[in-house]
Design a protein around this ligand. Structure first.
Ligand SMILES: [Zn+2]
Length: 254
């Protein structure tokens, strides 16, 4: 057999024909600046790796999971003035998701999990709209929300901070510059208190918020912190995939 059977990019038609995949996982990231020390593909690298590790865990229990190729473009309307941040509008994402879901539904895949790794992406409303139109079950997981970050990291920033940097130091250390290269990730907050308190919301204009594109200080990041966190996230996600693969989605309540 060529490749790991739970990763579509690695397998051949022969494996696909023989595997009765139950759950497809669609990693979805973004292409955007991540302070001075992490690459533009950070969200894609993280999300694909977490999908693969979780799928491996589920596969070992007998769950038929397949990880699809990562969609590399996210909603970045607040970063259009940063060179090479690539925005994919929510309405475009909805069409991409619809086409992927329709392809799979017609081929007998019963469940699709969007694994999101970018804070600007929000798939819930898309799924509400799309679900009645397709026969397969749809759901979304934001992997960075699976666990409370506080027990794992001292500075819980939300972009290229201690969490993301530690994760990258663990899964792709060759793609991270030394921390001495990183900016402080210091972010300016809204002057209007309702926005700071979170009950009023507006998208952030990134270059007005931060000077180095980071939000959160990466200084205390380590590969060990990343390992501990990624292992906990993938364990929980893998167990969810196992449970979902077994579940009858017409009987989800009880
Ligand atoms: Zn990121």
């Amino acid at each position: 057999m060529l490749g790991r059977p739970f990763i579509l990019s690695e397998v051949t038609w022969k494996t696909v024909r023989e595997s009765r995949y139950e759950v497809a996982v669609l990693p979805w990231g973004a292409t955007e600046a991540h302070n001075f020390h992490l690459p533009y593909a950070t969200d894609n690298i993280e999300t694909e790796e977490i999908a693969e590790r979780a799928a491996e865990r589920a596969w070992k229990t007998g769950a038929k999971i397949v990880v699809l190729p990562v969609v590399p473009f996210g909603v970045n309307t607040g970063q259009l003035d940063i060179p090479l941040c690539i925005n994919m509008n929510p309405s475009t994402q909805a069409l991409v998701l619809r086409d992927v879901a329709n392809s799979l539904a017609g081929q007998g895949i019963k469940k699709l999990v969007v694994l999101n790794g970018h804070g600007g992406n929000d798939f819930r409303q898309m799924i509400r709209e799309l679900q009645p139109q397709v026969s397969l079950f749809l759901c979304v997981v934001n992997w960075y929300k699976i666990l409370d970050l506080k027990p794992y990291f001292s500075d819980v920033g939300d972009h290229a901070g201690e969490m993301e940097t530690s994760v990258m130091q663990h899964i792709a250390p060759e793609r991270v510059l030394p921390l001495s290269e990183a900016g402080s990730g210091q972010a300016r907050s809204f002057k209007i208190s309702a926005f700071r308190e979170g009950w009023a919301w507006a998208p952030r204009q990134w270059t007005q918020v931060t000077d180095d594109t980071g939000v959160g200080n990466p200084a205390a990041s380590t590969a060990e912190k990343g390992k501990r966190y990624v292992e906990a996230v993938t364990a929980k996600l893998g167990d969810f995939l196992t449970e979902l693969a077994k579940a009858d989605t017409t009987k989800l309540y009880g």
